[in-house]
Ligand binder design. Structure first.
Ligand SMILES: Cc1cc2nc3c(=O)[nH]c(=O)nc-3n(C[C@H](O)[C@H](O)[C@H](O)COP(=O)(O)OP(=O)(O)OC[C@H]3O[C@@H](n4cnc5c(N)ncnc54)[C@H](O)[C@@H]3O)c2cc1C
Length: 416
């Protein structure tokens, strides 16, 4: 991957952040023939707080760019167990999903971006946007830890923190802290979960176990900030706390081996955030920078991939057999408006489920209801799936992105 930099250089599209949203945007733009630079502040593989559940809807978007999750070691997930304090429900997922380590996923997407011709700059942090586009176009000036870069368009894909960090108060619920660790479960616990994903509630939070390797599970959970004040955050204290109010979780975690020394954690979780501020001309926000859905849906990565795909479609246009950057001001704002409208229902449904999970007793009651009316689960699951690409007026353009023959292109920029 490229690492050397001019003091100031120019590209057609600069992408800030190399998570799923940034990498996917970069791959599509590079394959469409644009000169793309991607800045990623981490120098190498990094642990992310994530349940690592990749929903069915995300899989075609990954396969489309040549990433086969199963070849990468993903574990198939066909079922779902919900553990209340005293009750358990077992359900089938309407569609197969997979569990895949984020480190593997993120690194593979960056590798594919590099191969597609993206200038991937690891260990470079973007500090600020110094100048935006003016009325007649021009370019956007970015300052980075190694110099300045000019770009005709910018995609902000920095997740929840750091560049354009989300103030937690922009969310409709920001009362939780997230934790994650890979664990090796005892064989009896691993086979009890099988090819399911388990969700459990406990006093002051809820969490999940997702299979991501042979006998290896992603343990990811949320604890509300008030409860956390009285808790130590080491493995023994956390698992003891979870097990105290959820017998099944205690059983599943009994004898489990933590695979790292400490939990990875995140304190800024603005659940329900849907970006509504006026996008600066030529700047597109994707992934968590656009929307943050409660984690229990396992739909955050799908939203990251779909918003990336939509932003790319909104950014470029075909003129004859030329492909060029659309004139900026309206395209970024229109993209943002339509994504917000396209995600509102899912985010609302997810917030309602998240609220339910704050009460362990309500979850037990829900389990009784699910046993009586199993169709309720499918309804709830489907209500939180992201369909941005199905409903998008830019879907056809998105489809053309992949069918566009790779060929030399005179890079014309509409706004210049
Ligand atoms: C507790 C929890 C559980 C979750 N579980 C799931 C789940 O099971 N399934 C699911 O689909 N989603 C889940 N999510 C959501 C999912 O993790 C996110 O939605 C997804 O990672 C968003 O992708 P992104 O590309 O927008 O941002 P990120 O994945 O956060 O990537 C941002 C990238 O930008 C880089 N960066 C940041 N600032 C800069 C800068 N200034 N310069 C250069 N680079 C920068 C970072 O290093 C990082 O690589 C969960 C989230 C949480 C908190």
């Amino acid at each position: 991957m490229a690492s050397s930099l001019n003091k100031r250089d120019h590209c057609e599209v600069a992408i800030i952040g190399g998570g799923p949203a940034g990498s996917l945007s970069a791959i599509h733009l590079a394959r469409a023939g644009f000169k793309v630079v991607l800045f990623e502040k981490s120098v190498g593989p990094t642990e992310r707080v994530c349940g690592e559940f990749l929903s069915h809807e995300a899989l075609p978007l990954l396969r489309e760019v040549g990433l086969d999750p199963v070849a990468l070691g993903a574990k198939e997930i066909t079922g779902f167990h919900l553990h209340g304090p005293t009750q358990t429900a077992t359900m089938r997922l309407p569609h197969r999903a997979v569990g895949l380590s984020r480190t593997l996923l993120d690194e593979e997407l960056l590798r594919i971006a590099d191969k597609a011709g993206v200038d991937v700059r690891r260990g470079v942090r973007v500090a600020d946007i110094l100048e935006g586009l003016d009325d007649v176009g021009g370019s956007i000036l970015l300052s980075t830890t190694v110099g300045e870069t000019r770009a005709s368009r910018v995609i902000v894909a920095t997740g929840k923190s750091d560049f354009r960090a989300l103030n937690e108060r922009v969310g409709r619920d920001h009362s939780f802290v997230g934790f994650k660790m890979h664990v090796r479960l005892k064989p009896s616990a691993a086979s009890r979960i099988g090819s399911s994903c388990d969700l459990f509630v406990f006093d002051g939070g809820y969490g999940g176990l997702t299979p991501v390797g042979d006998g290896v599970f992603d343990l990811c959970f949320l604890v509300d900030k008030k409860t956390l004040r009285g808790l130590a955050t080491d493995w023994d204290s956390m698992t003891a706390w979870i097990g105290r109010s959820n017998w099944t979780a205690s059983h599943l975690l009994d004898g489990a081996k933590p695979l790292s020394k400490n939990f990875t954690s995140i304190g800024v979780l603005p659940y329900g955030f849907l970006r509504r501020d006026l996008a600066p001309s030529g700047v597109f926000f994707v992934g968590d920078q656009m929307a943050v859905i409660p984690s229990l849906t396992g739909e955050g990565m799908t939203i990251a991939l779909m918003t990336a795909r939509r932003a790319v479609s909104a950014m470029i246009e075909d003129v004859g057999d030329e492909r060029r950057l659309r004139f900026a001001p309206e395209s970024a704002r229109e993209y943002q408006r339509s994504v917000r409208a396209g995600l509102r229902q899912q985010v609302d449904a997810a917030l309602a489920l998240h609220a339910l999970f704050k009460s362990p007793r309500l979850v037990d009651m829900t389990i009784y209801a699910l046993r009586a009316f199993p169709a309720l689960f499918e309804k709830a699951y489907r209500s939180t799936r992201c369909h941005l690409l199905e409903t998008s007026p830019t879907k056809r353009l998105g489809a053309r992105l992949t069918s566009w023959p790779k060929r030399a292109r005179s890079a014309q920029i509409a706004s210049n």
